[in-house]
Design a protein around this ligand. Structure first.
Ligand code: FAD
Length: 295
């Protein structure tokens, strides 16, 4: 099947892209790497009269350290994020998450902004943004709006972006000190979206007390989620006071709409999710306490 006809626009600046979005409104859609949008157009699951391709907007393709944050332009491909030294040093959870996204070919075309704007419940970068407390920059003719990642994902494939806004960058806070990070997920085939998974960040003080922690959940709701009850139980406690299994149990304990589909029932997903959280917590804890990664 082929996509229905559309007009193709290829701006070279954010200002031009925003102007096009303002002009065409709901009849226009941003095209980034095309790894999610193009299949949907080709299968005629969606249609837009105008596609605004941002792949030639060079100001959206960059990675910069800005104070205690790393700012990543929306059109930066997954592969660049995964290979970047500054990201590996300052936001290692992104580096760990990248190989889990689809296949190599998808990672060379797909973009960080596209993965977050698409808002799939099993998107790794979305879960990382939630877990670390990232900030999303949305640009329109009205200016730049900052949206906390925890408020960005509003429903299945829905976000807080207005129809005239472009996601221009995501700013990830740099967690420093005694930290550990881990990503664990389960998919039946390599490259598939995870059935369930978890991304974890832990920061400890000198006495092994948890000073900061973030747990992002994949595939366990209609949006990527933050495991707030598990985080609250661990925060300010000695890291060994609570077992990884208990953290896993708490992480899924209050989830209201775990999906059931051909991949598994909600009960199955909850069990897999709890196990993934427990494994990721254990791995991150080992790195934070010993500076080593326990696989
Ligand atoms: P596009 O496909 O171009 O756009 C996707 C949506 O986001 C569209 O609605 C578009 O309008 C919107 N959009 C894109 N950029 C912006 C922007 N800057 N501002 C506003 N709106 C924007 N993803 C995962 O996270 N994990 C996986 O495991 C995974 N597995 C995959 C497996 C397969 C076989 C395939 C085909 C894809 C998979 N993906 C996975 C999706 C992939 O990562 C996509 O690249 C990503 O979801 C979308 O990024 P994109 O740049 O291709 O966006």
């Amino acid at each position: 099947m082929k996509a229905a006809p559309f007009a193709y626009h290829r701006p070279t600046s954010v200002a031009d892209a925003v102007a096009l979005l303002g002009e065409y409104g709901d009849d226009a859609k941003i095209l980034a790497g095309g790894q999610s949008l193009v299949p949907m157009l080709a299968m005629r699951l969606t249609h837009f009269d105008n596609l605004i391709d941002i792949s030639r907007v060079s100001e959206l393709n960059n990675i910069d350290r800005v104070g205690d944050q790393v700012r990543i332009g929306a059109a930066t491909p997954h592969a660049f994020v995964g290979l970047d030294d500054e990201v590996a040093e300052s936001v290692p959870l992104l580096t760990l998450a990248t190989p889990h996204i689809g296949h190599f070919q998808i990672r060379t075309r797909g973009t960080l902004g596209g993965a977050i704007a698409h808002a799939d419940p099993a998107a790794e970068y979305a879960a990382v943004a939630i877990a670390l407390g990232a900030t999303i920059e949305a640009t329109s003719a009205r200016g730049v709006r900052e949206i906390p990642a925890t408020e960005f994902f509003t429903g299945l494939w829905e976000t807080a972006l207005a129809s005239d806004e472009i996601l221009t960058a995501v700013r990830f806070p740099v967690w420093s000190g005694r930290c550990g990070f881990a990503v664990q997920e389960f998919a039946r085939r390599h490259g598939d979206f995870a059935i369930a998974g978890a991304v974890v960040g832990i920061q400890l003080d000198g006495g092994d007390r948890v000073t900061r922690c973030g747990i992002g959940l994949l595939g366990l709701g209609s949006t990527p989620l933050r495991a707030t009850p598990a985080e609250a139980a661990a925060l300010r406690q000695p890291v060994d006071a609570i077992t990884p299994e208990e953290i896993g149990r708490l992480a899924v304990s209050e989830l209201a709409d775990i999906p059931t589909d051909l991949q598994g029932t909600s009960e199955y997903r909850a069990r897999v999710g709890a196990t993934m959280v427990a494994r990721a917590w254990k791995q991150a804890r080992t790195q934070a306490t010993e500076g080593a990664i326990d696989a």
